[in-house]
Design a protein around this ligand. Sequence first.
Ligand code: GDP
Length: 363
Amino acid sequence: GFNCGIVGLPNVGKSTLFNALTATATAQAANYPFCTIEPNVGRVAVPDPRLDKLVAIGKSQREVPTSLEFVDIAGLVRGASKGEGLGNQFLANIREVDAIIHVLRCFEDDDITHVEGGVDPVRDAEIIETELMLADLDSLEKRLPALEKRARNRDSEAMAQIEIIQPILDALRDGRPARTAIPAGEEETVRRLQLMTSKPVLYVCNVDEDSASTGNAFSEKVKARAEAEGAAVVIVSAAIEAEVSQLENEERREFLEGLGLSDSGLDRVIAAGYKLLGLSTYFTVGPKEARAWTITVGTKAPQAAAVIHNDFERGFIACETIAFDDYVRYNGEAGAKEAGRLRIEGRDYVVKDGDILLFRFNV
Ligand code: GDP
């Protein structure tokens, strides 16, 4: 599965957010495989209103959303790259995740200490990013001598690696994250280097309760910075989300409406995380269940089938495909088929977000 690591300075609201995310999953998903896997790892259902429609049209007994994993990574402080505050251990955790959710404190509260003195989310973002860049720089500089030695012996693989690493090193030395210097087409190679600043980032502004629907002056500054970087921003009040996570669906909606919020901040964080990871959803619909499955954007039909079962990929013959809008417009499979909207696609078909698929395969 794919995961997002939640990072940020101490006392910004990481754990509050993480607990709210996993509490919601637990409350809503009694019979689903969503849970707290370890104290700091939780699997969370990805809300998708399309599933409600599919379950109704397909007359399935239940719906099963797809999921995303979140990891609460505590302990990052100034100096982490030099081992401060158990820095190395936490940095190792960040290397493992696919994307980074950077929580920034955008609320004032005299009772809650700010490790850097006062509230300044842009400064905080820079502190964390600097630590991550220093650690990345350190790890590349450690690799380089061995690669250079191999390159001198005309090792073509090492030479290719150096060519990829060099612009990233230049960027890091210049104070820019690795993600700004990934050579075109080398995303996969760079991913394997596990550089923290090569991972996509989402900023979550944790604002005071009164600013949950509007944001505040702090979150505006974060937005300006994020825009310059091409990064996404979500505004939440972790304190509100902690309350929302304790409520059942109907109560939840009323509570949010009372605060002038159209949806929960958690839902927005999950949706933004999904997008950040370049993920896409297809569905299967049967009498037992309507179910969402996660693939990366651009995945072809046989590899999409493998998400359900490896045998589906090995024995793949074809897939019956209906676009989501057609499925709804023609009221299900039979209607879509009659209208000529059910397509038979082969192994080169790139699955589209929202496709309803039925795989044909040899056993
Ligand atoms: P972490 O160290 O980043 O994981 O931060 P925590 O989630 O443990 O939060 C630190 C403290 O700030 C706790 O006492 C929280 O109750 C409090 N806190 C978190 N979010 C908010 C918020 O949005 N508003 C206020 N006033 N306090 C918050």
